[in-house]
Design a protein around this ligand. Structure first.
Ligand SMILES: Nc1ncnc2c1ncn2[C@@H]1O[C@H](COP(=O)(O)OP(=O)(O)OP(=O)(O)O)[C@@H](O)[C@H]1O
Length: 364
């Protein structure tokens, strides 16, 4: 089921929660709504659901496929919901929770009790909870409860699944596991999903496309890869990961900042360059193009890469560099060590309208 939002805006009293937004979601897509607190993600999700009405002015429209659902009641939109706080019925078993939506269907459309049983067992099998069918919610872990919520939402075979911070209350490892669940179920059952998160990693890992929001506006809609490599503005760039700043002034093709110098192909004047941690290389000596002395102040060799914190007189805020374990060992990195930072590439946003063009430093 494709979803199309046209000119959807929302005010609460006089305060604006959403500027008029347009959004096209393709059939079968898994879309993440990502943004800081208060950016309008939940409001947008609730409007898609029909739990909240969009402003009448401008008169926006919501289409599910060819169907105009703008004025359709939530119960007629064929949507499955999963919320952060597993709103399971405490007095019902896992099985009955998942079956609930089916058992209260109008008699005409209600499956037989045999069909309901079969469907619930199949769903519990999919979320690997068939052994726990007779337990009550209080006897389950948070992650298990959220899997029950997912199965319950899917029992009615919705064409659209909406999830609001579905894994927000769970610890990191369980979150990871549930993300895989969701991706797996989404691909297997072929519905369209929209989920809200403020977690960049979650959005980038799980979504086919991410909608980045701030201040009630959609800043960018793109695949995780494009978002990361080609953010349309500074907000998106900074929101999607750690950023190192280099402020200085350019004269005759050299950016100077305290005693640091970097060859740049830019016009004279004040400049600010931004670098991701993996775009900072560490070397024992300066290069003809980059003379940027730094001191190692912290090292965290945990995970796939080593995170190295760097300080220097010419830096306002410490920098973060990520290096491979092999380079960490080769350089023999220790705290207090003096090295040289060499940018592999950098980004700049001279004004909010321009797009970033990463600058490769071939000969640095
Ligand atoms: N029922 C409401 N009444 C008044 N203002 C509201 C209401 N719901 C949301 N808002 C306001 O609308 C704006 C957008 O809120 P929304 O909940 O959509 O943001 P969000 O991005 O989901 O944030 P969070 O991540 O904190 O949940 C906020 O400024 C919020 O205070």
């Amino acid at each position: 089921m494709s979803i199309r939002l046209q000119n959807i805006a929302k005010h609460f009293g006089t305060s604006r929660a959403l500027e008029p937004v347009n959004l096209d979601i393709r059939d079968g897509e898994l879309i993440g709504l990502l943004g800081p607190s208060g950016s309008g993600k939940t409001t947008l999700l609730r409007i898609i659901a029909g739990l909240e009405a969009a402003d009448r002015e401008p008169a926006g429209r919501i289409l599910f496929g060819d169907r105009d659902v703008t004025n359709l009641h939530v119960r007629d939109r064929r949507i499955g919901f999963v919320f952060q706080h597993y709103a399971l019925f405490r007095h019902m078993t896992v099985f009955d929770n998942v079956a609930f939506g089916l058992t209260v269907m109008p008699r005409k459309s209600r499956p037989t009790s045999g069909e309901i049983r079969a469907r619930v067992h199949r769903l519990l099998e999919m979320v690997k909870l068939e052994q726990l069918a007779n337990r009550y919610p209080a006897q389950l872990s948070g992650g298990q409860q959220q899997r029950v919520s997912l199965a319950r939402a899917l029992a009615l075979r919705p064409e659209v699944l909406l999830l609001d911070e579905p894994f927000g209350a769970l610890d990191a490892k369980v979150r990871q596991e549930l993300r895989r669940w969701l991706r797996h179920l989404h691909d297997e059952l072929n519905f369209t999903s929209v989920f809200v998160t403020h977690d960049q990693e979650e959005a980038l890992e799980l979504s086919d496309r991410v909608v980045v929001m701030s201040n009630g506006r959609i800043e960018q809609i793109d695949t995780p890869d494009t978002l990361y490599r080609a953010p349309t503005n500074r907000f998106v760039f900074e929101f999607l990961g750690d950023v190192n700043h280099l402020e200085g002034s350019v004269r005759d093709g050299v950016l100077t900042c305290g005693d640091a110098r970097l060859a740049v192909d830019l016009a004279d004047g004040a400049e600010e360059l931004l670098l991701r941690p993996h775009e900072v290389e560490l070397r024992e000596a300066a290069t003809p193009n980059a003379h940027m002395p730094v001191t190692v102040t912290a090292i965290s060799p945990v995970g796939a890469e080593v995170r190295v914190e760097l300080e220097a007189d010419w830096l306002g805020e410490p920098w973060l560099a990520t290096v491979r374990h092999a380079d960490y060992e080769r350089l023999g990195l220790t705290r207090g060590m003096r090295l040289f930072a060499v940018p592999r590439r950098w980004h700049r946003f001279p004004d909010e309208l321009s797009t970033t063009k990463p600058k490769e430093l071939e000969s640095a």
